[in-house]
Ligand binder design. Structure first.
Ligand SMILES: [Zn+2]
Length: 263
C-alpha cells in the first residue's frame, strides 16, 4: 500500500505521539475527530437537552454525550481536513430547509434538495461509514464491512464516489416526536439487499453494503448525479417499513412524471 506524502507541517504538531493515520497510512500525530460531524450533534443540543445516545450494543446503555462521539485514533490533521470538506458540504446541505416538499393527500411525503453535488454528498456519506468502520468507539463497533472494506477505502482515498448503485445512498428523515435521537448504526435488509443505517440529526442514511443491485423501489429515489435529492419523510407516529415503502412508490411515480414533463 502506498503512502502519500503530505505537508511537512503535519508532523510538527508538538508533543503528540505518532500513529498510523488510517487514511494516508503515514506515521503522524492523530487528531480528535467526530465520526458524525459536530453540527449534527449541536442540532440535537439546540433542541433542548444534551443528546441522548442509544446504543444497540448489548450492555451499552443510553447515555448523554455533551459533545457527541469522537475518536482520537483515525486521522492525521491533513486527512481530517480532506474529509472536512465533505463534512462541511454535507451538513450545510442537509441542515437547511428543503427546496421543495412533496405533499400527497395532505401528507408530507418527501423533501427535495435541488442542485446537489453528487460527488461531494456521496463521499460525505461514504466517509462517515468508513470512519465508523475503522474507529474504536463502542458506539460504532457494529459497523463491520467485511469484503467491502477495501473498496470503500479506495473510493475515499481516490475521491471516487462510484456510480449511484455502488454503496447506494437513500435518505429518510424522521419527523414528529423524538425524531432527533441518535442511535448507533444498524444493519438492515431492504428488498433482499443489505444496508447500514446511520442516524444523524433526524436523518437516517441507508448505505448499501452489498454487491447486489438496489431494489426496484429504492433505486428511483437513491442519491443520483441528476441534481435533485429526494428525502423520504417518515412521521415517527406512523407505522414503519410499510408506510415508507408506500411513500417511495408514490414519490417514484411523481418523480417520473416530473422528468417526463421536463423532457
Ligand atoms: Zn492521514
Amino acid at each position: 500500500m502506498m503512502a502519500s506524502v503530505g505537508p511537512a507541517s503535519d508532523t510538527a504538531v508538538a508533543g503528540l505521539p505518532l500513529s498510523n493515520c488510517k487514511l494516508c497510512l503515514s506515521d503522524r500525530p492523530l487528531v480528535k475527530s467526530h465520526i458524525i460531524p459536530e453540527p449534527f450533534w449541536k442540532l440535537l443540543k439546540s433542541e433542548g437537552e444534551t443528546p441522548l445516545l442509544h446504543s444497540t450494543i448489548p450492555g451499552d446503555h443510553a447515555k448523554r454525550a455533551p459533545i457527541g462521539v469522537y475518536d482520537k485514533g483515525i486521522l492525521c490533521q491533513s486527512c481530517d481536513g480532506r474529509l472536512g470538506v465533505w463534512d462541511d458540504y454535507g451538513h450545510k446541505t442537509l441542515l437547511r430547509d428543503f427546496d421543495e416538499v412533496c405533499v400527497y393527500e395532505g401528507k408530507r411525503l418527501a423533501g427535495i434538495f435541488d442542485n446537489i453535488d453528487y460527488k461531494k454528498l456521496k463521499l460525505f456519506f461514504l466517509s462517515i461509514l468508513w470512519r465508523a468502520s475503522v474507529g474504536s468507539q463502542a458506539f460504532f463497533n457494529r459497523v463491520e464491512l467485511g469484503e467491502h472494506q477495501n473498496r470503500l477505502y479506495e473510493m475515499i482515498r481516490s475521491e471516487d464516489p462510484g456510480d449511484p448503485d455502488e454503496f447506494a445512498v437513500n435518505l429518510l428523515k424522521l419527523e414528529g416526536g423524538q425524531s432527533r435521537i441518535i442511535l448507533s448504526p444498524a444493519r438492515t435488509c431492504i428488498e433482499n439487499v443489505n444496508y447500514f443505517k446511520l442516524y444523524m440529526g433526524g436523518y437516517v442514511a441507508h448505505i448499501k453494503v452489498d454487491k447486489r443491485p438496489t431494489g426496484k423501489r429504492l433505486r428511483e429515489v437513491a442519491l443520483q448525479p441528476d441534481g435533485a435529492l429526494y428525502v423520504i419523510l417518515q412521521d415517527l407516529r406512523e407505522s414503519g417499513e410499510f408506510e415508507v415503502m408506500k411513500r417511495i412508490v408514490i414519490i417514484s411515480a411523481e418523480k417520473k412524471r416530473k422528468n417526463s414533463l421536463s423532457e
